[in-house]
Write a protein that binds this ligand. Sequence first.
Ligand code: URA
Length: 232
Amino acid sequence: MKLDRLIAKHRSLGRSEAHRLIAAQQVKVDGTVCPENQYPVDRFMQVQLGDEIIQSAERALYLMLHKPAGVVSATVDAEHQTVIDLLDDPDKHTLHIAGRLDRASTGLLLLTNDGRWSKQFMNAESKVSKVYQVETLQPIPQEAVTAFAEGFHFATEDITTLPAGLEILAEKRARITLQEGRHHQIKRMLGRVGCLVSSLHRESIGRLTLPENLLPGQWRALTDSERLLCLS
Ligand code: URA
């Protein structure tokens, strides 16, 4: 929301009265006088009008988890342990999962309560790469490389997958790079070339790679620079 609108709404004022208060340096954002009527404010910023705090800053959370196998990428589940159960942050119930992994899959999982951040790398249009190591029960045919690059039509959603990278590392092992994250996408694409997945591990999102010292089940907050690495 823009700053003038927030002020006007809070005080039931017209927009021009809000502009007058902003020009009179009565308005502070995160403790600093803000002279811009159209300054974009989100719920993680504190807004003050004179001595009154009219919006308190919510705590923004950006977490990475090394998801172990067997845990569900969901906030609640009647049957299985969820990734939220693995966290002990007091605000964990505000989180959403930025890119789910199947229950059996492992690796880098990001959780946040800031939808504007997660949208930037979750949207297919953002073209942020997600890299996976996969093992299969059958040998991966060489022709799969071209098939992945050309895309597969998924009739259920009536979409064709974006070009995906397939690097065959061994007879039954590959590195796959996706620019999107459709339901069971890797399993479905490998299924089309006759391969069943035996293990699937996400190594990275954008330029953020799962740190080697973050063991399965462990989590920590992202640093400011790690938060940016996910976006490109
Ligand atoms: N594709 C899948 O099939 N499963 C995952 O967990 C992630 C990508």
